[in-house]
Design a protein around this ligand. Structure first.
Ligand SMILES: [Fe+2]
Length: 371
C-alpha cells in the first residue's frame, strides 16, 4: 500500500499499513520529520528545580540536554561535547555552574558557552592558533516552556508555538493555570508498542466502554470527537457526574497536540499529562503527571486513589496497544484495517498529519518506497 492513497477522501478509510508501525526505516523517517519538524513534547519543567539542574532526554533518537540556567530559564542543547561529540550528560543531576565533559574536561556554562578547553593547544596552551572558543559552544535547540511542559523543535521550522498550539489552547480556556501544580507521577516506563498507537488509542472514544468497563463509567453516547488542526481528541459530557465513585464518572476531555503531547481534563480541577517518548518502531516509554488546578486541595488519600485509578486505566490501554503491535505481524494488517467515520475521524486526521510529514521527506529520497 502506498501512503498517498490514504490521503484520498473516502467514507470508509483504511488505517496506516503495518510498515508504519514496524519498519525501522519508516521510524527513521519519522525521526527526520514528524518528531523533529514539529513542536515535540520532551519533559516537565518542575523536574528542573534550580539553576544547574540538567535533564538529558532522547527525542527522535537524538540526545538533547535540558538545562536550568542562572536566570532560571530552561534552555536546550544538543547533548554532545563540541570536541569529540561525546554524549555530554548521561543522567539527571545538578552540575552547579559548569557542564563538564568527562573525556577531556572541556567545560561549558549553563548557557552553553565554552569556558575551558584544557591543554587543547599543547603543553600549557589551552587554545591553538585560529581556535575561537565562541565557535565551539553547545549547539542550542529551539525550546518553548508552556505551563509545566517543555517542547522542542529540533529542525527549527515549526511556526511559533503560540500559533502552533492555538487549537489546544482554545480547548483549555476554562482552566485556571495560576492555581495549578503537580501532585503525582506515574512511571509506566517502556511499552512494547509504536508511539502512534498510544496517541491513537488515547484520542478515540470508541474503545472506552469495552476496554475500561471496570474502571470508567462514561457511556459512548455522551462522547464527541475533537478535530481542530493539530489538536485532536475527544470529550465526554455527563449530566450526572459522580466524583466519589471508584470509577471515572465525570465529564472529561482527552486532547492531543501533534505529534506526541497528550492532556486530559477530569474531575473538578484535575489534569493529566502524558510524556510519550518514541524509542524505536515497537518501543515507547510513557509517564503521566497528575495535576490539580482551580485551587482544589487533594489529601494523600485522594492522590493515592487517583494514582490507583489511572494506573489501572492506562494498564488496560497499554495491553491493547501491545496487542495492536502484535497484530502488525499478520499480512492482513498490511491493508490497515478500517476506521469508524464517526468515532475515529480524529485518528484518521492524526494519521494524515503523519503521512503528510513523511511524504514530503520521501519525495526527496531516491527510493520512493512509501509514497
Ligand atoms: Fe483507553
Amino acid at each position: 500500500m502506498k501512503l498517498s492513497s490514504l490521503l484520498k477522501n473516502k467514507t470508509l478509510a483504511s488505517g496506516l499499513p503495518s510498515f508504519a508501525y514496524t519498519d525501522e526505516e519508516f521510524w527513521q523517517m519519522e525521526c527526520a520529520t514528524v518528531l523533529t519538524d514539529n513542536w515535540t513534547f520532551v519533559g516537565f519543567a518542575h523536574e528542573l528545580n534550580k539553576p544547574g539542574d540538567v535533564l538529558p532526554v532522547l527525542i527522535a533518537g537524538k540526545p538533547v540536554l535540558l538545562v536550568k540556567n542562572i536566570k532560571e530559564d530552561i534552555v536546550a542543547f544538543h547533548n554532545v561535547c563540541r570536541h569529540r561529540c561525546l554524549k555530554l550528560v548521561d543522567q539527571p543531576k545538578n552540575v552547579g555552574k559548569i557542564i563538564r565533559c568527562p573525556y577531556h574536561s572541556w567545560a561549558y556554562d549553563l548557557d552553553g558557552k565554552l569556558c575551558a578547553s584544557p591543554l587543547f593547544g599543547g603543553t600549557d596552551k589551552h587554545q591553538p592558533p585560529d581556535f575561537n572558543p565562541a565557535d565551539y559552544g553547545l549547539e542550542s535547540v529551539r525550546i518553548k516552556v508552556w505551563h509545566d511542559w517543555i517542547f522542542i523543535n529540533l529542525n527549527d521550522i515549526a511556526p511559533p508555538f503560540e500559533e502552533y498550539a492555538a487549537p489546544l489552547m482554545k480547548q483549555l480556556n476554562d482552566i485556571k493555570f495560576d492555581k495549578f501544580y503537580p501532585v503525582a507521577t506515574l512511571e509506566f516506563e517502556q511499552i512494547s508498542t509504536n508511539w502512534k498507537f498510544l496517541i491513537e488509542n488515547y484520542i478515540e472514544p470508541y474503545h472506552v466502554q469495552f476496554v475500561h468497563d471496570k474502571t470508567t463509567n462514561q457511556p459512548l453516547k455522551n462522547h464527541y470527537t475533537i478535530v481542530d488542526g493539530r489538536c485532536l481528541g475527544s470529550g465526554v459530557d455527563l449530566s450526572d457526574e459522580n466524583t466519589s465513585s471508584d470509577k471515572l464518572s465525570v465529564s472529561s476531555k482527552y486532547l492531543s497536540l501533534f505529534p506526541n503531547f497528550i492532556l486530559g481534563t477530569y474531575f473538578p480541577g484535575q489534569l493529566g499529562v502524558h510524556l510519550n517518548q518514541s524509542l524505536g518502531p515497537d518501543c515507547t516509554s510513557q509517564k503521566r503527571v497528575i495535576y490539580t488546578s482551580e485551587g482544589y486541595e487533594l489529601t494523600k488519600v485522594d492522590i493515592d486513589n487517583q494514582k490507583k485509578l489511572w494506573w489501572e486505566v492506562h494498564k488496560e490501554d497499554h495491553e491493547i496497544c501491545e496487542r495492536l503491535q502484535l497484530g502488525r505481524a499478520s499480512p492482513v494488517s498490511d491493508k490497515g484495517g478500517v476506521l469508524s467515520p464517526h468515532w475515529e475521524k480524529n485518528v484518521r486526521e492524526f494519521q494524515k498529519l503523519v503521512i503528510e510529514s513523511v511524504m514530503e521527506y520521501s519525495k526527496t529520497q531516491k527510493e520512493k518506497i512509501y509514497v
